[in-house]
Design a protein around this ligand. Sequence first.
Ligand SMILES: NC(=O)c1ccc[n+]([C@@H]2O[C@H](COP(=O)([O-])OP(=O)(O)OC[C@H]3O[C@@H](n4cnc5c(N)ncnc54)[C@H](OP(=O)(O)O)[C@@H]3O)[C@@H](O)[C@H]2O)c1
Length: 243
Amino acid sequence: MLSIRGRRCVITGGSRGIGLAIAKLFAFKEANCTLIGRHEESLEKAVQSLCSKPLQSHKWLAFDVSDPKGWEELMQNKKSNPIDILVNAAGISQNSFLMNTPEAELDKILDVNLKGTILGCKSVILPMMKRKTGCIINISSLLATHGGRGASVYAASKAGIIGLTRSLAWEVGRFNVRANVIQPGYIHTDMTKGMNKDGDLAALIPMGRLGEATEVAEAALFLATNKYAHNCVLNIDGGLSAT
Ligand SMILES: NC(=O)c1ccc[n+]([C@@H]2O[C@H](COP(=O)([O-])OP(=O)(O)OC[C@H]3O[C@@H](n4cnc5c(N)ncnc54)[C@H](OP(=O)(O)O)[C@@H]3O)[C@@H](O)[C@H]2O)c1
């Protein structure tokens, strides 16, 4: 088992929800985390919430993950401090039938969820391959393979993340760079706020409840620390994918 103590982790979507839960767990295990999001204030607050021992140092950088310039700046900052683990958790949802989804919204969802993840992977793989070590964890969604009403473009973006990771795994695996996907089901975060007002959603899930971001974080820790976990698509969904 690998230790993530002292490892340099970049976590997009680290300002809240699943990304922040992953950062909190990784920081607790003594990794150094750099959080990415769009808003400086929430990133600053998130960094302050991370467990920090004397040799640990956490940072943040605000940029839109769909903007290649943001990734360039990050990689410039990390030249002397290479990234060991990249978690692509930044994402936005959709709540409209395809026929009512304006093209601008469609572009935005694909840009943030899919292009943002592709750019992140593309930015880190060469330095990781050169160092013969690295780990990429991409956050997809149960909807990628199960679909959902009002989620066509979101599901397409998340299915793209699985295809991306599965191909990348072939390209980087021999260089000891691992790439994996987590497919969360319905998790309590800002993204699902208001979705389960009357408890109907929970009733559809075999475990009878939504998941917690900390439970997804535990899966990310497993993927970060298991040396042979590669090309996995790990469902964390209370059994929903099997229904
Ligand atoms: N919650 C669920 O049930 C669920 C289920 C399956 C998959 N997921 C996936 O899990 C990931 C995290 O979701 P969550 O539930 O934690 O959502 P969330 O609470 O809404 O958090 C989304 C995170 O992404 C960041 N973000 C959004 N757009 C961004 C952009 N353009 N550039 C940089 N950062 C951006 C947000 O920060 P700022 O807004 O400050 O930029 C925030 O940190 C997403 O990819 C989501 O699709 C969630």
